[in-house]
Design a protein around this ligand. Sequence first.
Ligand code: MTE
Length: 318
Amino acid sequence: MNDKFRSVPVKSSEITPYSQYISRREFLKAAGILSGSALLAACAPKVAATVMPGDEAPPAEVKFDELGDPSNTFEDITNYNNYYEFTTNKEAVAPLSEDFNANPWTVEVYGLVRQPKTYGIEDLLSKFTQEERIYRLRCVEAWSMVIPWSGFTLSSILNEVAPTSKAKYVRFESVYRPEELPGQSSPFYPWPYQEGLRLDEAMNDLTILATGLYGKPMPNQNGAPIRLVVPWKYGFKSIKAVTKIELVEEQPSTLWNSVGSTEYGFYSNVNPERPHPRWSQASERRIGELKRRPTLMFNGYADQVAGMYAGMDLIENY
Ligand code: MTE
């Protein structure tokens, strides 16, 4: 494990409690401040930069990724979300997911393995050492954030179940509760949400199963209680609320690829040179910043991952 991706976990006392944040947000809304700031940054989380005179909320601790970029605030990270099981409205995911029940929870790991296992979330939290990883998350929509995740490497769980030599890919499946998740009534998407990785990508040390952020348990809107994080790929590969992990021989089908294969490839490595058919990927909007910044190949993680794609045409294999 590369030490530059490690850092000390944040104390939970340093984080604004969610209840306090919500009441602050309600106050700002009532004061008409949220709608005003929306004019400045059409898509940015509306509370992030608003500081009130006499505001008692403790400042969120800023952390830095290995490139020296500051982490986004807890407020940014938990109020601007993509989670189509709830809604396509990024700012409505937080309130709509408030009552989602992520406990009890099991993750079934099966398929081409010698020791299939079903883990309770409590087993995963106690069995595998939780470490902090401060990663950039680059959405295919060209916005990005820096997020201090906590979790453990996917390889640690895969090593336990022992993939057989036939296993070439890993397929992930999200929670499926159509009676509870309004988005799963939409006929436009083949639910449940599915994703996949090549086995070597899944075993890469950067690939984690995240169980929290900013030292707190994973908020519902970010994929409680456990979600994948693959920082060199577009954000949609980082599937939330994982319930199944299956080792398979063939490249698995994924939700976004089956909805639009020319737009969302299986690999979906961040690549500034391969435009999305409807927009450029050369630059991105870091949430909280006004000026766009250039997008980095593999989202800045080339040193750790480029070797896995040696000799591959990355424009063709998007
Ligand atoms: N996982 C599930 N199950 N459903 C989703 O809609 N959206 C993806 C990904 N994982 C999504 C998902 C997309 S498009 C992105 S950019 C990231 O989650 C966003 O993660 P965040 O809301 O924690 O920033």
